[in-house]
Write a new protein. Structure first.
Length: 231
């Protein structure tokens, strides 16, 4: 068998394995998304008459020490596990991307010094930037190639910080019922950390190009919430 034939055969085998892996991933995500539909019972419903009961037609995995359906709890627990996994990956990505941006822009001499741009100004711009990015997702008006750095009023900073804290608290409160909200919100917050302005790169206050990946987190939270509301 020629080297070309061996290479083609290996390539087909790898494609097949990749397709199988992708299919498994899609199935797992769908299971997490459709847990309210697939679960045969309320995962938190306690039934004293079924304490540690074995599997049967209505409870394929049996019941736990409180009489709760094990299959339903497994399906809902997977949603939490998926949210924790996505959140952990995003934190690692944010840290890594921040280090890469810092090293790369330092080599290009593109970093703004603290003397030229105080940390208080950077924090104010970062808070305002998060709010502006969210606003442009729903109403993309006043778009521009350069968004010049301007002084942000203290009232805007305070209201923006309170709004971000409120949404974060709500996402945390919903972490068990709707873990995709917390995962999507942390995705949005975390992936913008390297470019939100704490480490100021260039003269701009915000840049639309930074949101291409970050908006995926918001869409996850929004779309999954809509689907769960109607299923």
């Amino acid at each position: 068998m020629s080297a070309v034939a061996v290479a083609l055969r290996t390539r087909r085998r790898l494609r097949g394995r990749a397709a199988v892996g992708a299919a498994i991933l899609v199935i797992l995500v769908l299971v997490a998304l459709l847990a309210p539909v697939l679960a045969p019972h309320d995962p938190n419903a306690i039934d004293p008459s079924r304490v540690l009961a074995g599997p049967d037609a209505s409870h394929p995995f049996g019941s736990d020490a409180l009489g709760r359906d094990v299959l339903s709890r497994v399906l809902f627990a997977y949603r939490v596990s998926l949210g924790v996994a996505v959140g952990s990956v995003l934190v690692a990505m944010a840290v890594g991307a921040s280090l890469i941006a810092l090293i790369g822009q330092r080599n290009l001499n593109a970093l703004q010094s603290v003397a030229a741009l105080p940390m208080s100004t950077r924090l104010a711009n970062a808070i305002d930037g998060y709010i502006r990015y969210i606003g442009k997702l729903f109403w993309p008006s006043h778009l521009a190639i350069p968004y010049p750095m301007v002084e942000v009023p203290s009232t805007t900073v305070i209201l923006g910080a309170l709004a971000l804290i409120a949404v974060t608290a709500l996402a945390w409160w919903l972490r068990n019922r709707a873990p995709y909200v917390l995962a999507g919100w942390l995705w949005f917050l975390g992936t913008l950390v390297p470019v939100i302005g704490i480490i100021q790169i260039g003269p701009q206050s915000i840049a639309d190009r930074y949101t291409y990946f970050s908006y995926v987190g918001l869409f996850i939270a929004i779309v999954w919430s809509i689907v769960s509301a109607f299923l």
